[in-house]
Each structure stands twice: as C-alpha cells, then as structure tokens.
Design a protein around this ligand. Structure first.
Ligand SMILES: *Cc1c(COP(=O)(O)O)cnc(C)c1O
Length: 824
C-alpha cells in the first residue's frame, strides 16, 4: 500500500518509553479510499463520512496496536486485567485524534468535504455500556493506563443494547432501547479465531486419572461461544495502544442432531438464540442489585471467557507452568459484579490444568484484587445457592470448599465464637441460602480498596470490620479520578488553550502543574480571559438546553447544575426544594440577596425505581411553572435535561458555574462528576461525603460551599430523627412543602406528589432531606453572594481548576500501580 502509516511505537528511549507517533499525512488518502472502496459511497451523509474518518484513524493505529501487543507479550511488566461489567466509554473519535496528535490533520483532510470535524464527532453514537460512575471510572482508568504506559486490558461485555435512551413525555421518563451498533462500530475488531467456550448447567462427577489422583469433572454442559471484539485504547502521544476486549455470546455449531434429523431444523436453529441473549442488554440498575438469572449468566460469561483468555496467553509463553502466574498477572475486580471469577479461576486451574488445591489457591489469592464501590445494603450482591447450583454446579462446589477452608482460618482467630463465624461465612444461611459475593471477593483478594478516604474508613469501621480485624493489611484506599484528556483537554479546548498560553503545555502530561495557575490570580487580564472562556462555554451549554428542553438559559445568570443518576441518596429532591423556595420568594417580591440563576438537573432513573421517576416528574412540573411565569424568569429558570450521558457531560461540565454534590453524608462512595466540574472551574456546593471531602481539602473552605450533617452525625441522628421538628423550625421548608401539598405543581394530576411529601416527613427518611434543608439554604445564599462579585467568583473558579490535579485518574492509577499492581 502506498499510503504512509503512523509509525509504530518508535525506538525505545533510555527511559524505556516509546517515542511519540509521527504526524500523520495519510488521512486524506485513507478517507477517500474508505469512502470509495469500504463504504462504497461517493456522495455521503455525515454518518458515512464519520465512518470513513473513524476507519481511517483506526488504520493509523493498527501498527502501534500490534506492536504494543507484541511488546507486552514478551515484556516483564505484570499485566493488569481490569474486569468490569460496565465500560461507559462515550465517543472514541475525539479522544483518539487527541491521543495520536492528529486533530489538525483530520481537520485538513475534511476540507474538501465541507464539513467540520465537530459535525462528524457528533455523528458518533456513545458507547453507553455502563450505568454511571462505576462504568465511567473503568473508562477513565483505561485511558490513564494507556497514557502511563501500563500494560492493561479491559475485559467487558459487548452489549447489543447499552444504557437505555431517556425520553421525557409529559414530564415522565420513557425508556427507549439504545441500539448503538445499528450503523456498525468502526472501532471494533472481531477476532473469531480467539473465541472460547463458556459452560453452563450440566452436573459434576469425579474420576481417577492414570496416576490414581481424583479429579472433578463438569459434564453435560450447554456451552456458549464467547467471541472477542477488541476496541483500541490509545495512550496520550506515547505510541501505546491498549485493548478493551468485549465478549459477545454466540451459539455453538453443534445442533441437537436428533431434533435436526427429525426435521425440526428451524426449531433447532431458533433455540440457539438463547445463547445470544446473554450479551443482549445491559441491566440499567445503578447502586442496586438485580437478582435476575440472566445477570448471573452475564457475570459468569465475562469472568470465564476473560480468565480463559489470560490462561491461554500465559500458556503460550510459559507452557503449563503456573507457578509465576500471579507475578505476571493481576486481576482488578470492578465491584463484585465479576467476583465469580474467584471460583472460576480455581476451577480452571484445578479441573483443566490439574493443579492441587493449595497451589491453585496460592495463585488465585495472589492475583485477585477487589474494589468496593458502595455501602448501600441494597447494592450488595448475593446469589441464591439454588440458582448457582443449577447454573454453575462445579463453581458452587468450589465456593463451598473455599468457605470451609477460610472459616477454619477464622476459627483460629475467634475460637468457639460460632456467631462470629456465621456472620462472616461466605454462605448466608436461611430459608433461601445465598452466597455473599463481597465476602467471596475479600477472602480471595490480596487487596481490598474503597474509592475515597471516607468510604474506605467506613468500610474498615462498618461493613467489613470483621474482615479488617482478620486481615488489616488487605485494606487500602484509592480515591477515584477522572481523565484530564477527555474531561479537560477534549471537552474544554478553550480553557486548555488559555492554560497553555500561561503555563506552556507541560500540565498536559502532569496535571499537578495546574497549581501554577495560582500565580496568576492577581493578573486581571488572565481573570478576564478566564471569565470569557466560561462565558463561551455557557453559550454552548445554553444551546444544548434550548435544543433538548426548549428552555432559554441566559449566560449572564449563574448556571447551577446537578447531573448524575437519579437516586434518593443523591438528593435531587433537596435541589428541587431549593428551586421551589426561590420561586416562592420571587413571587412574594423578596429577591433580596438573590442572583439570577439557571438551574439544570439531568439523569436517568432505573426503570423500576418509582420514587426516582416521580422526582423527575416533579422537576418537570416545577420547571413548567417557573419558566412560564414572566415575573419569575428574570431571576430563575429551571430545566430537566433528558438523556444525560458522557457526550452531554462534555458540554455540561465546561459550562457550569456551580456544581451540586449534595448526597446524604456517608452514602456516596466517591463521586467523579464532582471532579469533572472542579477541573473545569466550577465551584462546589456539597456535603462532607465521598471525594467532596478531599476536594474541600484540596481547594480550601473559601472556595467551596459546605453544608449539612457529616456521616457520623447522620448515623447518630438516625434512631431519633424527627423531620416534623425541622419542618416546624423552618419557615422556608414549611412553605415549600405546603406549596407542593396544595397541588400547585400537580393541577392536572392531583395528589401525584403525595409520596414525595410523605418521604420528607417520614421519621424513617434515611436521606434526611429535612435535616439538611436550612443548612443547604444558607450555603446557597453564600454562593449567590459570591457570584454577585464577578472577580471574586472567577478567582475561586481558577483556584478550583488549579487544585484539581490530584483528581486526575493518572494520579489514581499511579497509586494502583505502586500499591496494588506491583509486588506479589
Ligand atoms: C461522571 C459521570 C457519572 C458519575 O457522576 P456522579 O456525579 O459521580 O454520580 C455518571 N454518568 C455520566 C455520564 C458521567 O459522565
């Protein structure tokens, strides 16, 4: 082929890092060839042009991708396998161009087609293979691993249908299927040659081998084929291309011959669809478990396929010598979703590779590392023993064996304490015995981490305190982070360019250098330029709101934003109550100390979560009243943004002034939305929860609006919580509740918001909305006062960006690398 390719990872420098890629001059030719021969199009829709460009860009990175694989296959680095049921990747094009450093080349290549790069970028369908924070964390981690030259592979599922698309009809959430693959996925490479078989059902039997050793066998299984579809994960200008390997379930070719011969050909073929159901759809539950059998099948399918892949690679290099497997591999479990990988690795080592138990356990327990993502009891996964025994009989036997041996060890620590052992058992006894997946993960892992300092502390003190007493060395904290490539450089090119002008570009490789921005906080030109950038970004956000919500946001007003999954613990309700309070004040003529603001809420509710869906409806109805009253709109505008996703956040974070991080303390494990906003110069109004605490510490109390009870206070208040007292002592809250109760926001459907009023007034309201209301109000008041002073606000904005370096996922991944992934 005549076109010149991007050079593969160049000669090694003495730091061992590969040289950056050469600039690309082949794109125009690639683009034309793609259009003409691959897509068979001459005149094109934007969608076709996007596909041509994406294929062209992928072609540019194939050589480096192959080189990376070869280098890693022979390298000494311990390889990371990041197992996750979710990867919320968003779009790939902008990120790939940025990493390869060929955005300008792409712009030039597009000149003859009279479209802009931005036009084509918006043609790409988000890869929405995740629910929220947990899935987006996995995506940020992949980006950081590649950019830090770490050999890491993401293993996930290629769902045909990702996170549902949210429509709002009459204020109610409607779910629409997300057929993200319908136009094809230009980035993926299907590798049928590397497919593996995953067994289900059947039964176990023992046999004695020629040497007289007894083994177990899992027979009569129904097998499903797992076919890898690889997506490239380019590092930032370093020549490394890591892999996200997504498994697709397909039927085997072996038909039921009997049925086949009896002429039931069509029936026999149709039955094969059952296998393919496994990877059909992502479960849309965030922070709550879903006990469905199909979900367990997905978990096992991912775990087994990924482990077989790792073992095959290991054997290709070392033969069947597994003694050092854990020195070459580490498996990071993203929550308990893939925790079934623990007994599955044991099964493969015992039954397929014929290792002895102790050897297999040594390897497994030095390979597995577990990340916990939540303290909410409804999110802790337990699988029924009955279901496991039916679907995965051999795996269940191994879980029992792991439990028996571990309880022996625990019994040495607490001799004679049967109650303690029952409490700590992996098997929860009862009418319907269940396997506690978190316990299984802890027992088998050499590292157990929480995702923010407070969260890890609460794990140690609360949920896992018995395990912490037994194995304190296993527990460690790794505060989450977000990738600055996507969330600052790509999402906010104007701010990035402004920072380049003051600091040079070194901050792009080391985000802690943003601290130097503090040196310019008395430079009025810089402050002015900073505010200009924010203002232009607010225009882009206002355009999004206008297009999606038909509400006009005015960039002169404060943009006050809360976007995240809708959940009672995240307290979108508290935010709405504040909006109603402002609305009441404006109607009564009391605008003293107020600043004009535009409030935006966005996020999806789990389809079965009635209260979350009702909160969306309340937001919509309040927005309608607010926006249709000309006395109100000069002071207040309110919109609910439908279908919040990664691409929307790339517009939202740069255009936000005030970031709402208002969860009930002790409930949000970390949060990462909070970090994206901070990086883009938003100020936070927040509780002492998750990583907010660390954000406050980094930026200082003068640049953060703190309110509410802390986690200990919430816990202490719980047994004697009296919301009626708080309501009685707050004229504001009383007024807001009365207005909702009066039917002012539900004239068409009287009484629909009664469950919300009852929830606030209930002494069992875990989220303690009433308790924090007054404190929230006064923090909002402070925010308004500061916003009225434009320069003072802008200074705080600069200080937030300047302090955001420690929330780069590069910093987080450096700690995973140094404290978890090295060693063994
Ligand atoms: C960052 C992000 C999240 C997580 O937000 P939190 O505020 O931490 O809950 C969820 N969804 C999307 C699309 C995101 O980009």
């Amino acid at each position: 082929m005549a076109t010149k390719r991007l050079k593969a990872a160049g000669p090694e420098t003495d730091t061992g890092r590969p040289q950056p890629c050469e600039p690309c001059d082949a794109l125009p030719a690639c683009l034309e060839r793609q259009l003409r021969y691959n897509l068979c199009r001459e005149e094109s829709r934007h969608q076709d042009l996007f596909h041509a460009l994406a294929h062209g860009v992928k072609e540019q990175l194939l050589d480096s991708w192959r080189e990376t694989r070869k280098r890693d296959a022979a390298g000494q680095q311990r390889q990371v396998a990041y197992l996750s049921l979710e990867f919320l990747m968003g779009r790939t094009l902008g990120n790939a161009l940025l990493s390869l450093g060929i955005s300008d080349d792409a712009r030039k290549a597009l000149l003859p087609y009279s479209v802009t790069l931005e036009d084509l970028e918006s043609e790409e369908h988000d890869a929405g293979l995740g629910n929220g924070g947990l899935g987006r964390l996995a995506a940020c981690f992949l980006d950081s691993c590649a950019s830090m030259d770490i050999a890491a592979t993401g293993y996930g599922i290629r769902y045909e249908y990702g996170m549902f698309a949210q429509k709002i009809v009459d204020g109610y959430q409607i779910e629409r299927p997300d057929r993200w693959l319908k136009e094809g996925n230009p980035w993926e490479v299907r590798l049928h040659g590397q497919a593996v078989m995953v067994p289900f059902f059947g039964h176990t039997q023992s046999y004695v081998d020629r040497d007289g050793r007894r083994h177990m066998q899992w027979v009569g299984t129904q097998d499903v084929v797992a076919v890898p579809h690889d997506m490239p994960v380019p590092g930032y200008r370093n020549g490394r291309i890591n892999t996200l390997r997504l498994w697709k379930a397909e039927a085997t070719d072996d038909f039921d011959l009997e049925e086949f011969n009896q002429g039931d050909y069509a029936e026999a073929v149709a039955r094969k669809n059952l296998a393919e159901q496994i990877t059909m759809v992502l479960y849309p539950n965030d922070a709550s478990e879903n006990g469905k059998e199909l979900r367990l099948r997905q978990q096992y399918f991912l775990s087994s396929a990924s482990l077989q892949d790792l073992l095959r690679r290991h054997c290709a290099r070392f033969g069947d010598n597994f003694a050092d497997f854990h020195r070459h591999n580490v498996i990071q479990l993203n929550d308990t979703h893939p925790a079934i990988a623990v007994p599955e690795l044991m099964r493969l080592l015992l039954d397929v590779y014929c290792l002895e138990w102790d050897e297999a356990w040594h390897i497994t327990s030095h390979t597995m590392a577990y990340t916990n993502h939540t303290l909410l009891p409804e999110a802790l996964e337990c699988w029924s023993v009955r279901m496991l025994g039916h679907m995965l009989p051999r795996v269940l036997e191994i879980i029992y064996e792991i439990n028996a041996r571990y309880l022996d060890e625990a019994a040495h620590h607490w001799p004679g304490d049967g109650e303690m052992l029952a409490r700590m058992s992996i098997i929860e006894e009862g009418a319907e015995p269940r396997v506690r997946m978190a316990y299984l993960a802890i027992v088998a892992s050499f590292s157990v981490n929480g995702v923010a300092a407070l969260h890890t502390e609460l794990l140690r003190r609360g949920l896992f305190k018995d395990f912490h007493a037994l194995w304190p060395h296993k527990f460690n904290n790794k505060t989450n982070g977000v990738t600055p490539r996507r969330w600052l450089m790509n999402a906010n090119p104007r701010l990035s360019a402004l920072i380049d002008r003051r600091l040079g570009s070194a901050w792009r490789e080391d985000l802690s250098r943003l601290e130097s921005l503090n040196a310019f906080t008395s430079d009025s030109d810089f402050i002015h330029a900073w505010r200009e950038v924010k203002s232009v970004n607010k225009e882009a956000l206002a355009a999004l709101v206008e297009r999606e919500c038909h509400v006009q946001f005015d960039t002169a007003m404060m943009f006050d934003v809360q976007v995240k999954r809708i959940h009672e613990y995240k307290r979108q309700l508290l935010n709405i109550l504040h909006v109603i309070h402002l609305y009441q004040r404006i109607l009564s003529g009391d605008t003293h100390g107020m600043v004009p603001r535009c409030v935006l809420i966005g996020g999806k509710a789990a389809p079965g979560y009635a209260m979350a869906k009702l909160i969306i409806k309340l937001a919509g109805n309040v927005a309608h009243m607010v926006n249709s009253d000309p006395h109100v709109t000069p002071w207040l505008r309110f919109a609910f943004l439908p279908n919040y996703n990664v691409s929307a956040m790339e517009v939202i974070a740069p255009g936000t002034d005030l970031s709402e991080q208002i969860s009930t303390a002790g409930k949000e494990a970390s949060g990462t939305g909070n970090m994206k906003f901070m990086m883009n110069g938003a100020l936070t109004i927040g509780t002492l929860d998750g990583a907010n605490i660390e954000i406050l510490e980094a930026v200082g109390p003068d640049n953060f609006f703190l309110f509410g009870l802390n986690a200990d206070e919430v816990a202490a208040l719980k047994p004697h919580y009296r919301p009626d007292e708080y309501i009685r002592h707050s004229v504001a809250l009383e007024g807001v509740i009365e207005l909702i109760r009066s039917g002012h926001f539900s004239l068409q459907e009287p009484g629909i918001f009664d469950p919300i009023v009852s929830a606030i007034e209930s002494p069992w309201d875990q989220w303690m909305t009433a308790a924090d209301f007054e404190s929230y109000l006064s923090a909002q008041h402070q925010a308004a006062a500061l916003y009225a002073n434009k320069d003072a606000w802008t200074l705080c904005s600069i200080r937030n960006t300047a302090a955001s370096g420690r929330f780069s996922s590069d910093a987080t991944i450096a700690r995973y690398r140094d404290e978890i992934w090295t060693g063994a």
